[in-house]
Design a protein around this ligand. Structure first.
Ligand code: 5GP
Length: 180
């Protein structure tokens, strides 16, 4: 199996480019169906979601506005944390009465999403849903489960397709998991 090295760690192939693109086509058709006749506001959570967002929105046939948010976190590169956070990028956005879709790369503990969801809900969108490429159900401790999930995966640490290990590996076309 082709191992790759990112910083000091080895990763092995996990989800191929083809599997990702087929999955995204499926997710997009669900979103196109669910939001038919609406103007969708897509809120992409940086940095990890930038590639997923780019591929997902290019499969949408409904009108969509795309904006980017950043959530500041404090802590380690390979651990999710429950620490205090702040959302950047909402200053010039109006969510009130709009159909809003949060786009995440991966939901692990779900703490990041729960925090963001609560912040956005207070801005009174007409609807608020979540699309994530990857979801780790066994790690999930949050309050909001994703509405659109690409792949449910075990508790492995993954890189590629936008996701990093200490800021490296985002450019990989496929998704790799940490080798034992
Ligand atoms: P949560 O708050 O759901 O525990 O964590 C969400 C964030 O943690 C993701 O947006 C991502 O930045 C990071 N994260 C969680 N699991 C992984 C993983 O397996 N690989 C990478 N690269 N980041 C992850």
């Amino acid at each position: 199996m082709t191992r790759i090295k990112v910083h000091d760690k080895y990763f092995v192939p996990f989800i191929t480019e083809t599997q990702i693109s087929e999955k995204i086509a499926g997710l997009a058709s669900l979103i196109n169906r669910d939001y038919e006749g609406q103007n969708l506001l897509v809120l992409s959570v940086l940095n990890g979601s930038f590639i997923f967002t780019a591929d997902l929105v290019r499969q949408l046939t409904i009108p969509a506005e795309v904006q980017f948010l950043r959530i500041s976190t404090y802590g380690n590169t390979m651990e999710s944390s429950e620490n205090a956070r702040e959302v950047w990028g909402l200053q010039n956005l109006t969510l009130k009465d709009r159909a809003v879709l949060i786009v995440e790369d991966i939901i692990d503990s779900g703490y990041t999403l729960s925090f963001l969801y609560d912040v956005l809900e207070k801005l009174q969108p007409a609807s608020l849903t979540v699309a994530t490429l990857l979801f780790k159900p066994a790690a999930f401790k949050g309050t909001h489960r994703p509405d659109y999930t690409g792949f449910e995966i075990p508790n492995a640490f993954v890189v590629g397709y936008g996701m990093d290990y200490a800021q490296q590996g985002r450019e990989l076309k496929a998704i790799y998991q940490l080798s034992e």
